[in-house]
Design a protein around this ligand. Structure first.
Ligand SMILES: *Cc1c(COP(=O)(O)O)cnc(C)c1O
Length: 433
């Protein structure tokens, strides 16, 4: 007997799933998740991994939270979906009222969509149309910041950092906008140290405000672009500049919203109300995809008028989905009833003690910087190569870490206990030993 001539090499990853941000040639087979509870998820292999990322920062209550699961089950018995075009329903209506209640004063109107990227697309279209309706059609470009990340759809890619923002390949395809330097003053900076950042912002506005509809920013924490943190004074200064130059201020709180920076919203640190606010990730506690774009009366009322131009021409099929709205209501209720801001303050204390105050970590030759804000911490290394293999290595320790480029970070679920968080920070530190 001879061996068959055709002897295919074993297929590495037999699934037809095309994974995000993956190099198809070098990717490892993705482990299969079969369940979870609290901050852990379980693999088919029997491994139980402590999730340091809470699944791209959205699973703030951890996995299989009984109240959230129950809310979805109950809503499924009543109404799974209905269009929001010309119709409404109780969960969407109640959630809109709750979002108006908890967000900064003055954001009184809620436009739903199904993901953070689409929530940002809605914000950008709203800003451009707002100026059209006020007879300022020249204001049709946007001002964003270097190191920004606002999503992966075309409109969002165009306002991500044009050099490092993962999308440079598409530069010929995208509309051109303006960029100001990323803020450099840290969270604790005094107003005087923020002055240079604000002067840089002012310079772009002075030169181009006649073309600029809105300034977009991830307030206090530029997340996917390298976990760059800045001062509340920067937000206040940006608010004043926007008023001076008749430019709308859009806060993308898709990552920072729902406690990540230590207050319910990053805007709360500065007592600033943006003209438009975008929420997603933590909105439903991660249990279903959804987003909300909130607007002030000034923005909303500009759309009240007689011409065809006054309708806002956007309407995602799944906007205001009843299951998503219902689980978002439950998520917010758990957040408030179980003092999540208190839990976040405790987690912040652990992150400071274990990472910020660890002199040997900070002195390590591969470590460029260590930063902590709210329930977020990052070890910035000098090169991405310093983190090669850290994910697989951490998995062997029972921890799920997934760095972004040079940044090894944790954004744990808020139900993570101090001891569990120490396991995460120990794993992050052990990598450098
Ligand atoms: C994740 C993220 C988005 C995009 O949200 P998706 O739901 O992935 O489309 C937008 N802005 C910020 C700040 C984000 O972190």
């Amino acid at each position: 007997m001879t061996a068959p001539a055709w002897n295919p090499s074993p297929v590495k990853n037999p699934s037809p799933i095309w994974h995000p941000y993956a190099h198809l040639k070098t990717q490892r087979p993705a482990p299969k998740v079969v369940g979870g509870e609290g901050p852990y998820f379980h693999l088919e292999s029997g491994e139980r991994l402590l999730d340091a990322t809470c699944s791209w920062w959205c699973m703030i209550h951890g996995y299989c939270h009984p109240r959230l699961v129950n809310a979805i089950q109950q809503q499924a018995d009543e109404l799974c979906h209905v269009m929001l075009g010309g119709l409404t329903h109780e969960p969407a209506d109640r959630l809109a009222r709750e979002l108006v209640r908890v967000t900064p004063e003055g954001l009184n109107h809620v436009f739903y969509s199904d993901s953070g990227s689409v929530g940002m697309e809605v914000a950008m279209k709203m800003a451009v149309q707002y100026h059209q309706l006020r007879d300022k059609p020249g204001k049709h470009r946007l001002l964003s910041l270097m190191k920004a990340y606002h999503g992966d759809t075309a409109g969002c890619m165009a306002v991500c950092d044009p050099e490092e923002g993962m999308h440079s390949l598409f530069s010929g395809y995208l509309p051109r906008h303006y960029f100001a330097p990323a803020p450099t003053a840290p969270f604790e900076a005094e107003p005087a140290s923020v002055a240079a950042d604000l002067a840089a912002l002012r310079a772009v506005l002075e030169a181009h405000h006649e073309e600029i509809a809105a300034l977009l920013m991830e307030p206090l924490l530029q997340a996917a672009g390298g976990l760059n943190m800045t001062s509340p004074h920067y937000l206040r200064g940006a608010r004043e500049l926007c008023d001076e130059f008749d430019v709308l201020l859009v806060f993308d709180e898709v990552a920072t919203g729902f406690g990540r920076t230590g207050k319910l919203f990053a805007a709360n640190h500065a007592d600033v109300t943006p003209d438009i606010l975008v929420l997603s990730k933590g909105l439903t506690g991660g249990y279903l995809g959804h987003a909300a774009t909130l607007a002030t009366d000034r923005v909303h009322d500009t759309f009240i008028g007689d011409s065809d131009m006054h309708a806002f021409m956007h309407g995602p099929t799944f906007m205001g989905n009843p299951l998503a709205s219902r689980v978002a209501l439950e998520s917010l209720a758990v957040f408030e009833e179980e003092d999540y801001l208190g839990k976040i303050a405790t987690l912040n204390g652990v992150l400071r003690e274990e990472l910020l105050e660890d002199a040997s970590l900070r002195a390590h030759p591969a470590v460029e910087d260590v930063r902590v804000l709210g329930a977020t911490a990052v070890i910035e290394t000098r090169e991405a190569a310093d983190l090669a293999g850290v994910g697989e290595w951490a998995r062997d320790q029972g921890v799920w870490l997934r760095p972004i480029g040079r940044w090894l970070y944790t954004m744990p679920a808020y139900v993570t206990s101090p001891d569990e968080l120490r396991r995460i920070t120990d794993t992050m530190k052990d990598w450098f030993r």
